[in-house]
Design a protein around this ligand. Structure first.
Ligand code: IPM
Length: 360
């Protein structure tokens, strides 16, 4: 297969971890005889520094022309310490999601056997957890009108959803549930929010098209508790933009490190793949950032294009690195490998795989 991939490494640890994902994709292309081309472009703080714009037009064009975008992360201390700055790295990412029409952000949360003791949660609570979060990505409070009064004593953020925006992501989530354990939990705050009541109404209606899927309704505050005390109860979680952002970050404690969670952002014509972690600026260029979330995002990219055995080859190699404890300090503080060395191991293992028992 031939794939043109836009590479937006962004800020902080983004360039280091994304370089490992690109390297791993090159190994896959080599082993499975594909042609992947990569085109780099600016986004976030680095784009503001060089062009004054967190999403230069050229970057958007490169992403629109590509088959897929591989994204790193954005955010720099300059902007983190200055929340009132009007031009911000995050604006580049939000605009990119909107322009590419990426309305569904898909985040798998899996308790890997090899890492179960890295989680602060009890083994018996998290063992076997396998959750797929569908977060609506291009609407809601992130995109609603924002206002601040003149003397900055009052501010508001509008949360709006249309039926169509709920329907399109809900269909994707129900279809995913059909292929899994056939359970979908809609997370909302329908006791308070009008938007949540609309979500419930629309999702209940849609559920009639998916009679083999059981629909559960759960408030977001209760979800925040349930995901920690009994994560195995969840199969597919469907939720709006802001709740999805918070719940999926919370869920990373199950996995043991935020450096392991990947995501896919999907629309009708474009797709983007990104780790869920932030830019971790303090770690920039220290070689301590975990590249696995970024490499798993590359595996999700391959799965999206139906390259299942290729994605599987990446997972086998990652599993091997975890099994042999060839990992970065977040997972292996006493005897860590660098970001690049972890990438090198996974690259080599893809090109020279051994027979192994896989439990990834
Ligand atoms: C994420 C991130 C982004 C978000 C930020 C960087 C804008 O936290 O992808 O979860 O809030 O959506």
């Amino acid at each position: 297969m031939k794939l043109d991939i836009a590479v937006l490494s962004g800020d902080g640890i983004g360039p280091e971890v994304t370089a490992q994902a690109v390297k791993v994709l090159e190994a896959i292309a080599h082993r499975f005889d594909h042609v992947f081309t990569f085109k780099e472009a600016l986004i976030g703080g680095v784009a503001i520094d060089q062009t004054g714009n967190p999403l230069p037009d050229e970057t958007l064009q490169i992403c629109l022309n590509a088959d897929a975008t591989l994204f790193g992360c954005i955010g720099t201390p300059t902007y983190d310490h200055n929340p009132t700055a009007v031009i911000r790295p995050e604006k580049g990412l939000l605009k990119l999601r909107k322009e590419l029409g990426l309305y569904a952000n898909i985040r798998p949360v899996i308790a890997y056997e090899n890492l179960i003791n890295k989680s602060p949660l009890k083994r018996e609570v998290i063992k076997g957890t396998d959750i797929l979060i569908y977060r609506e990505l291009s609407s809601g409070i992130y995109y609603g009108e924002k206002k601040v009064n003149e003397d900055a004593t009052k501010a508001s953020d509008l949360c709006e959803y249309s039926r169509a925006e709920i329907e399109r992501v809900a269909h994707l989530a129900f279809k995913a549930a059909q292929k899994r354990r056939k359970k979908l939990t809609l997370v909302d705050k329908a006791n308070i929010l009008e938007t949540s009541r609309l979500w419930r109404k629309v999702v209940k209606e849609i559920s009639h098209d998916y009679k083999d899927v059981t629909l559960n309704l759960l408030y977001v505050d209760n979800t925040a508790v349930q995901i920690i005390v009994n994560p195995r109860q969840f199969d597919v979680i469907l939720t709006e933009n802001m709740f999805g952002n918070i719940i999926s970050d919370e869920a990373c404690v199950i996995v043991g490190s935020i450096g392991l969670l990947a995501s896919a952002s999907i629309g009708d014509t474009n797709c983007m793949f990104e780790p869920i972690h932030g830019s971790y600026s303090q770690a920039t260029n220290k070689g301590i950032a975990n590249p696995i979330a970024s490499i798993l995002s590359a595996a999700m990219l391959l799965e999206h294009f139906g390259l299942i055995k290729e994605a599987y080859a990446i997972k086998i190699a990652i599993n091997k690195s975890l099994e042999l404890k060839l990992t970065t300090p977040d997972l292996n503080p006493n005897n860590p490998l660098s970001t690049q060395k972890v990438g090198d191991f996974i690259y080599d293992y893809i090109l020279n795989p051994e027979d192994s028992n896989i439990n990834f």
